[in-house]
Design a protein around this ligand. Structure first.
Ligand SMILES: Cc1cc2nc3c(=O)[nH]c(=O)nc-3n(C[C@H](O)[C@H](O)[C@H](O)COP(=O)(O)OP(=O)(O)OC[C@H]3O[C@@H](n4cnc5c(N)ncnc54)[C@H](O)[C@@H]3O)c2cc1C
Length: 509
């Protein structure tokens, strides 16, 4: 038996009880790896959301399961992704609301000082709380053999970890992804943050440059600005969140600007250098050159799948260093005994897709299932303020595919609850196949768009059309009423002139 030491707190700064409790759950310092006894039904590489869901489900169904994690159970989501980011976004929102107290008829006495250490301590408390569900001890108690160490295939049916060889009937690669490294001259020498290091900060940077205007860049740029940093964001495309509808991205741009984030769209960071203790970044936008001087740089330019070091060739698993492990629609790799799920193979890198893909794998790998990835309805949300959520097709994509689209839009400033809450920015936009009530896709921009989109995902998934949505009684006042209002708008289009004339005659009679 070997004891693995957990990765250390890099700055040695988080020696609070929450950090220690978190580590006790996600990589207990005195953990003893089990001794493999016989062949496993299912070996899972990586204990992020995909690996956890698959290992738990398989063990609950009676399979003999091993789960291998080289770092922290919970993966990116719990440790350096969704959970810490949403925790600090929550506090940053509170600070924004305190500053805007006057607009709500309230007053905050004195200056508002941000206590960044407490913000980060709360973040670790939140992580600790959430980590209890999937702690190494709990997984073990639920029948999963948890191994800490680097997993590496030793053939088509065997994996090595910590000097032990685990034989399997089926395996799942769920090793996730890591931040893509930008190739900007001088950046490495000057030093920069990624999502893997930004949550270790103990003081907020006074001046922060965020490179990348995707979900990560936008969420953290707004959060750090609201937590008191001067933030500059550079995006090398004409708008943020390039996949989203233009008006949604425009609202986000306006919101960031209102918060005081300095926005550089269409701007490429071409070089970084140190000058007088500051990091100076050179930006190019069309033919204009400018420089910004900051004390920290955070990059969020995309994710690279973790395929290196797994010895995938020995296992006969084909992969691509950009797109990850090659899978078919059943999530099977080129070795029919080995499957992949989550960020290591999927285009949509989200926790809920990691979860959904892991469920597909359990059914297909262990129970002769024929579940398809392409059958999933996948929503997503960027947790800025306002949030931007989407599900299904975008109008432009539907048109590109030759599908005729009709769009129903409700502005949040026409929704009573949004008005009472002072959260009037945004809209609900539902795209319907012309001539039918079938929902093709929807975008919601609203304070709680991430919650609201779930109703529309349900509708698409269950084949519920606009007519049925219009019959659903929504509680008043709620922001989700915007969805019913859009469905009512659809219903009004069914009133043709002939129907109207008939109704008029009926009423006159
Ligand atoms: C800042 C940020 C915010 C995010 N916010 C959201 C959000 O709000 N909502 C959302 O849905 N998604 C969000 N995501 C994305 C989400 O975190 C990922 O999609 C999700 O974690 C993917 O799960 P996974 O299991 O595929 O991979 P991961 O979570 O990356 O887990 C993979 C695990 O495999 C382990 N591993 C890798 N290689 C090996 C090896 N050789 N041996 C053993 N173990 C190995 C890793 O240590 C890791 O623990 C965010 C991501 C970031 C970076």
């Amino acid at each position: 038996m070997t004891n693995y030491s957990p990765p250390q707190d890099p700055a040695g700064e988080h020696d609070d009880r929450f950090y220690r409790a978190l580590v006790d759950n996600v990589h207990p310092p005195s953990w003893n790896n089990p001794e493999p006894a016989g062949e496993y039904n299912f070996v899972v590489l990586g204990a992020g959301p995909a690996g956890l869901v698959a290992a738990r489900a398989a063990a609950a169904l009676g399979a003999k399961v091993a789960l291998i994690e080289r770092h922290f159970v919970g993966g990116d989501c719990l440790n350096v992704g969704c959970v810490p980011s949403k925790a600090i976004i929550r506090t940053s929102r509170l600070y924004a609301e305190m500053r805007a107290a006057g607009t709500f008829g309230a007053q905050v006495p004195g200056d508002i000082d941000v206590d960044f250490r407490s913000v980060m301590q709360r973040m670790r408390r939140v992580q600790t709380h959430i980590s209890r569900t999937d702690s190494a001890q709990r997984l073990s108690a639920d029948g999963v053999d948890v191994y800490f160490g680097e997993a590496r295939f030793a053939g088509r049916r065997a994996v090595e970890v910590d000097g032990k060889t685990l034989h399997f009937r089926k395996a799942l690669v769920a090793t996730g992804a890591r931040p893509k490294m930008p190739s900007i001259p001088g950046l490495v020498e000057a030093g920069y943050l990624t999502n893997e290091s930004v949550f270790d900060l103990t003081e907020h940077p006074r001046h922060l440059l965020v490179i990348g205007g995707g979900p990560l860049g936008c969420e953290l740029a707004q959060a750090f600005r609201r937590l008191g940093a001067q933030v500059i964001i550079a995006q090398d495309e004409p708008m943020f969140l390039p996949k989203e509808e233009r008006d949604a991205a425009q609202i986000l741009s306006d919101a960031l600007a209102r918060d005081g984030v300095e926005i550089h769209l269409n701007s490429k960071v071409v070089a970084v250098r140190m000058e007088g203790g500051m990091k100076v970044a050179d930006l190019v936008s069309d033919d204009n050159k400018s420089s910004v001087s900051v004390d920290e740089i955070l990059t969020g330019i995309g994710r690279s799948p973790n395929v290196e070091g797994l010895n995938l060739d020995a296992a006969g698993v084909a992969y691509n260093t950009d797109r990850g492990i090659v899978v078919n629609d059943f999530l099977q790799t080129t070795n029919r005994r080995i499957y992949a799920a989550g960020d290591v193979c999927l285009e949509h890198k989200f926790t809920h897709t990691a979860d959904a893909s892991a469920r597909i794998v359990v059914q297909n790998a262990l129970f002769l299932g024929r579940k398809r990835l392409s059958a999933l309805t996948i929503p997503w949300c960027t947790y800025t303020d306002p949030e931007i959520a989407h599900v299904g097709l975008y109008a432009r994509v539907a048109r590109e595919r030759g599908i005729p689209v009709r769009t129903f839009t409700i502005l949040m400033h026409d929704v009573d609850r949004a008005v009472t809450d002072g959260e009037e920015e945004g809209f609900v936009k539902i795209h319907v196949r012309q001539g039918s009530d079938r929902i093709l896709g929807a975008t919601v921009v609203a304070r709680h768009a991430g919650e609201m989109i779930n109703g529309l995902s349900l509708a698409i998934n269950a084949g519920i059309g606009m007519r049925a949505l219009a019959q659903v009684i929504h509680t008043y006042p709620t922001q989700a009423e915007a969805i019913k209002m859009a469905a009512d708008a659809y219903n009004r289009t069914r009133l043709t002139p002939t129907l109207k004339a008939l109704a008029r005659r009926w009423l006159a009679w």
